[in-house]
Design a protein around this ligand. Sequence first.
Ligand SMILES: *[C@@H]1O[C@H](CO)[C@@H](O)[C@H](O)[C@H]1NC(C)=O
Ligand SMILES: *[C@@H]1O[C@H](CO)[C@@H](O)[C@H](O)[C@H]1NC(C)=O
Ligand SMILES: *[C@@H]1O[C@H](CO)[C@@H](O)[C@H](O)[C@H]1NC(C)=O
Length: 374
Amino acid sequence: MWRRIFVISCVLLYVLATLPDIGAPGYSCDADVMKKSKKVPTNVNSVRPADIKVIMALGDSLTAANGAGAEDPVAVVLQYRGLAFQAGGDKSLDEHVTIPNILKKYNPDIFGYSNGIGSPNVWEIARLNVAMPGANAKDLPGQARQLVSLLQQHTEVVNMKEDWKLLNIFIGGNDICGYCRKPVEDSPYNCAQNISQAVQIIYDNVPRVIVSVTGMLHLEMLRQTDTGHWFCQRLHHDECGCESNKNFTDADIRQACYDYNKYEKAFETAGTFEKDDFTYVVQPMFQDTLIPPMEDGKPTQKFFAPDCFHFSQWGHGLVSTYLWNNILQPVGSKSTVSNMSVPLLPLACPDPACPFIRTPKNSQDCSKYMTPHA
Ligand SMILES: *[C@@H]1O[C@H](CO)[C@@H](O)[C@H](O)[C@H]1NC(C)=O
Ligand SMILES: *[C@@H]1O[C@H](CO)[C@@H](O)[C@H](O)[C@H]1NC(C)=O
Ligand SMILES: *[C@@H]1O[C@H](CO)[C@@H](O)[C@H](O)[C@H]1NC(C)=O
């Protein structure tokens, strides 16, 4: 009996240890671009990666990282927050790429990332990643209020006035999965309005924030990756209704996802959320990414959790490499295509000519914002 349990445990441990992942061992940039500013910046266009003290996130199950460490479809209910590309801090950058794990190389004291498995109401695990599985854009204003209240409660770890904060937002999967049923109510335009209501709440209540929105992903890719996987098709019938609705063509989904991106971008172009200590920037890495993750000429499931829908830890690692690259690219020249089959390694480094998190304004003329490093 014990012998059998021992054997089973060893097999389980073996499987866990062998789930593929993406790390960036030895990541390092020119010493000067890794330093913080000499004085804490007062302008949002002069914020170096090392000046970021707090990381926060809003979103759905892709930011809660459902199933990222799962071995079987049942474990997809678990929120592997610590592995989330936008907000996870599990392992180290050597083993697993996430935006917080990269930022730790610039500022080891960064706060707010998640560790381990759990829901957003477990502070020790979720920290400032309040993403909720199943969330739609219309749930984001509620998440934003929750985030504000967490920041107000936890003054022992966050200096609301002084600390520079990076807020990562990724939303839209559930909206597009339901859009074919409610094309007016859940239109990309309306969803974007709800995202903007959420950002407005942060804008009105939290100083010193860079809002970084990861633009919507092309969900029609799932149809390609699901082909031949009966189990996944069946599962997605419930997880993503419009994926299996033949009346909603690939072209319809593609257009809805393009529109979603377009309306997210509109707030950036209009400067809706611009002030000296606040900005809003869209990372367009998924905008024109239409080819699914491939291996040996066929769509691969390696990118996905066992439900073929959520990202695996490997998927989270891969997405992080492209997102980080986008964060450091100037607005107007950000890549809009990512190769979902191979990570973008080595990881990008800040441009010595503009060593800041890139914003709409420092992308136009960085010289105005240059400040000395420590
Ligand atoms: C979402 O945005 C739409 C369009 O502006 C608005 O009618 C709706 O009330 C918003 N929903 C929520 C929950 O705020
Ligand atoms: C597709 O459209 C047809 C005709 O309008 C309708 O009868 C059918 O119920 C629709 N199918 C789905 C899954 O919505
Ligand atoms: C992704 O990269 C692989 C390996 O370099 C290459 O074979 C493939 O064509 C690329 N795919 C896309 C969509 O660019």
